[in-house]
Structure formats: structure tokens, C-alpha cells
Ligand binder design. Structure first.
Ligand code: HEM
Length: 144
């Protein structure tokens, strides 16, 4: 069902932005593996735009309603906290990593770009996918 409150709607929007970022990341890698540099560039810049939109929307949601408590089944609480404890620090690390990775590429320093991208890429993908999982566990699980 479509959420009724603004914070809940923003949380849904955030999950959609994270999910779309994950899809663009996968397509971006597929493109560079096929040697399609221009398509890779477009998908990666699209992912940056989606993640930037997520950041703005997340901060707005946080300013409106603060922390969201896990209220799902207790049997799954440890899964939720295990995801959260890895998701949060990696999400913070993603910001400088993405900026450095993209800057190397845009300045044509592709050897450096490739080296750091191999760290940035899996972290970014993990953060995007776990962002969707965190949303599902917070908002879509039945109350525990
Ligand atoms: C932060 C965003 C980006 C990430 C995470 C990223 C990720 C990657 C990854 C993982 C590879 C290595 C693929 C492999 O091992 O085969 C790669 C290669 C490459 N990327 Fe990106 N990319 C990003 C942005 C860009 C942008 C904006 C451009 C264009 C200006 C670009 C151009 C390239 C090129 C040309 C290569 C091939 C380099 C070579 O083989 O020498 N990337 N990228």
C-alpha cells in the first residue's frame, strides 16, 4: 500500500533511488566489460546523480522524523542489525571514494581510476542493495 505520511513516502523514494542506483551500477560495469566506454560513463554519472538525490532525500527524511526503530520480528532483528552495522560506515566511505574514482576518470587518469574503482564499485553496490534491504526490513515486515 502507498505510504500516507511524508517521511514514509520519502523512505520509499529512497529505496527506489537505491534500487535504481544498483541497477545502473550493474549496467555500468557490463558496459565497460564490453569496451563501451561512453555508455559506462553515462551509467556511472547516472548512478552518481541517483545517489546524490538519495542523500538529499535521506537527509530531509531524517530531519523530519529522525531514527527509525526496527519493529519487525525479533527472530530477524540480528539480521537487521548486522546489515545496518556494515551499511552505515560503508555508506559514509562511499562518498569520498566515488568522488575520487569519478575525478580520476573525468581527468583521463584511467589507470588510477581502474585501481580505486575496484574498491569503490563493490562497496557502492553493497551499500545500494543493503539500502533497499534496510527499507524492506523497517517498513515492510510485519510488527514483531
Ligand atoms: C565513480 C564512478 C565510477 C565507477 C565506480 C567506475 C567503475 C569502473 C570499474 C570497476 C572499472 C574497471 C572495469 C574492469 O576491471 O574491467 C572502470 C573502468 C573504466 N572506467 Fe569507470 N567508473 C566510474 C566512472 C567513470 C567515468 C565518469 C568515466 C568516464 C569519464 C569512466 C571511464 C572508465 C574507463 C575508460 C575505464 C577503462 C579503463 C581501462 O581499461 O584502462 N568511469 N570503471
Amino acid at each position: 500500500m502507498f505510504p500516507e505520511t511524508l517521511p514514509a513516502r520519502l523512505a520509499l523514494l529512497n529505496a527506489c533511488l537505491n534500487g535504481s542506483a544498483a541497477v545502473c551500477l550493474v549496467l555500468g560495469l557490463a558496459m565497460i566489460k564490453r569496451g563501451r566506454r561512453e555508455a559506462h560513463k553515462r551509467f556511472m554519472l547516472a548512478t552518481i546523480a541517483l545517489s546524490a538525490a538519495f542523500l538529499v532525500s535521506y537527509l530531509t527524511r531524517y530531519a523530519l522524523s529522525g531514527d527509525t526503530r526496527y519493529a519487525g520480528p525479533q527472530a530477524l532483528a540480528w539480521v537487521y542489525y548486522a546489515i545496518l552495522i556494515t551499511h552505515v560506515p560503508l555508506a559514509m566511505a562511499t562518498v569520498p571514494l566515488v568522488l575520487i574514482t569519478a575525478t580520476h576518470a573525468l581527468k583521463g587518469r584511467f589507470e588510477k581510476h581502474k585501481r580505486i574503482a575496484r574498491i569503490t564499485y563493490p562497496i557502492w553496490l553493497y551499500v545500494s542493495v543493503t539500502g533497499v534491504l534496510v527499507y524492506l526490513m523497517l517498513y515492510q515486515l510485519p510488527q514483531g
